[in-house]
Design a protein around this ligand. Structure first.
Ligand code: ARG
Length: 493
């Protein structure tokens, strides 16, 4: 029997990898370059960015709503306008931007990104639109201790994961620990809590952080940089020659007319000043409420579809008889084992990025699908366990009274089994309230995601975490009270 299981798993794996591999070759075909017409037909241009990098891109609260602003957004707007389409800005972590571009989640990336040779292998860049350069942000109280990148011996220097600062800090410092974090705002918090001694980033960004925070100061980095490392360009999917050529006109205009310095930066600066004014958590109740809403939507939908899938799987796992039934049983078993043997986080990313190569699903839908697929495997086991826990004598008695196997299931086994299954289902629902937080990695606006926004907006590290802890507890506690109530009722009948 284990052999068959192994075969099914190998079969599924070959299917998955085979399909992942074949899509790889379709991306870079210049002969069928319809990149430009595709965007124009679609009417929207989706820009991916990591809004933790003022003045390039950052979140600002405008009339109680958080919005992504900054000079890169202005660059995106100009590009979209010149193409005659609408701009949509999508926020994600810096290190997943290029994956999102390659898998079609976004149409372009503008995120203060340097067109390095390594990146050029995977995506196409436009001409440069801005020249930055590197600096290091430190605590003002440490001024005098650190002069540049070489003064951090025995200390920790922070840099954003996936950024050129991270690679260069590793390469160009000695006896310095380089700590990577996904968001620059988290790095700044770590700096203020003295977990790290400095943060390497682009000079304009360092200036913005220092201008907004009296406890911070900046020093030159003195990194040895190539020309590509100091400029920012717009990235498109590999092979989008027509689109890149067209966008280069807009980018050249931006550069030649110095639009960034003359118009975009001053406009972004206005948001910067209003950004840190209100740091009370009450001010962000709307963001938290949205988070709760999304968390509940995901949990309810995923539980519902997960339950249906679980019922189907558990029935499939009980099939016996002809080879077809056996095959179905083995597939169901393989599925359950596979899902239970891989982390939900990986499954979420697989559905969003992997499945995204075939059908372009929005993040929320992908999140619900992934969690439902995951939950189904567990629910199937609860149902199977519940049914198995009903004494075999019950079936024998019912069958000897002349009941069909279907009727036995429906009238004798299931009513008893449901009492055993119900508490597990309730637990599953409560677990999903908490575990749905994983979908924040693909940018679904659930509670964790919202707390990250509040965190980067207020530069307060702990308060938003405390708030969502309480909110999660209220949700799970209420849910468990309600479920207990029904459970007790069932025990009475
Ligand atoms: N210029 C650096 C790079 O290309 C860092 C950019 C970080 N951008 C951001 N939006 N966080 O890797």
């Amino acid at each position: 029997m284990p052999k068959k299981l192994l075969i099914s798993i190998v079969f599924i794996l070959t299917l998955l990898t085979g399909w992942g591999g074949s899509t790889h070759f379709t991306t870079a075909n210049a002969a069928t370059d319809n990149s430009l017409t595709k965007i124009q037909k679609k009417g929207t241009l989706v820009m991916g960015t990591s809004p933790d990098y003022p003045p390039y891109e950052f979140q600002a609260t405008v009339h109680g709503k958080t919005k992504i602003v900054g000079m890169d957004v202005a660059v995106g707007q100009k590009i979209a306008k010149d193409l005659g389409v609408k701009l949509k800005v999508k926020s994600m972590s810096f290190d997943s931007l290029l994956v999102a571009l390659q898998t079609g989640k976004v149409d372009m990336v503008i995120s203060g990104m340097n067109p390095t040779p390594a990146r050029k292998k995977n995506v196409d860049f436009t001409h440069l639109y801005y020249q930055g350069g590197y600096s290091i942000v430190i605590n003002k109280s440490d001024k005098g201790i650190y002069q540049d990148k070489d003064s951090f011996t025995g200390k920790t220097l922070g840099a954003q994961t996936g950024s050129t600062m991270y690679t260069e800090s590793k390469k160009q410092t000695s006896n310095t620990k380089v700590k990577g974090m996904t968001s620059v705002s988290d790095l700044i918090l770590a700096l203020q809590n003295h977990k790290i001694a400095g943060v390497a980033m682009e000079k304009p960004s360092a200036q913005a952080y220092v201008a907004n925070n009296k406890q911070l100061a900046m020093i030159p980095s003195h990194f040895n940089l190539s020309a590509d490392d100091t400029v920012a360009a717009v990235a498109f999917k590999k092979g989008s020659t027509a689109l890149v050529n067209k966008v280069n006109h807009s980018v050249d205009q931006i550069k030649n007319q110095d639009l960034v310095n003359k118009t975009y930066l001053p406009a972004a600066g206005k948001y910067l000043k209003t950004n840190t004014v209100n740091t009370s958590m009450w001010h962000y109740w709307k963001a938290f409420l949205t988070g709760v809403e999304y968390t509940l939507i995901i949990t309810v939908c995923a539980t519902f579809f997960g339950f249906i899938l679980g019922v189907i799987l558990s029935l499939a796992r009980m099939l016996q008889g002809n080879p077809l039934k056996t095959a179905i049983r083995w597939l169901a078993t393989a599925y359950v084992e596979f899902i239970r043997g891989t982390p939900m986080m990986v499954q979420v990313m697989f559905v969003y990025f992997g499945l995204g190569l075939i059908v372009n699903l929005p993040a929320l839908t992908s999140g619900i699908i992934a969690i439902a697929l995951n939950s189904g495997a567990y629910v199937a086991e609860y149902i199977r366990g519940g049914i198995n826990s009903v004494d075999a004598g019950q079936t024998e008695a019912a069958r000897s009274l002349g009941m069909s196997s279907g009727a036995t299931m429906r009238y004798v086994i299931l009513p008893q089994a449901i009492k055993n299954i119900w508490p597990s289902l309730g637990n599953e629902f409560i677990t999903l309230i908490k575990d749905s937080s994983i979908v924040s990695i693909i940018g679904v606006s659930e509670l964790i995601f919202q707390s990250n926004i509040v965190r980067s907006d207020t530069y307060r590290g702990v308060a938003p975490i405390a708030v969502i802890m309480v909110l999660y507890f209220i949700m799970t506690f209420t849910a468990s009270r309600i479920l207990n109530h029904f459970e007790r009722k069932m025990q009475h009948d």
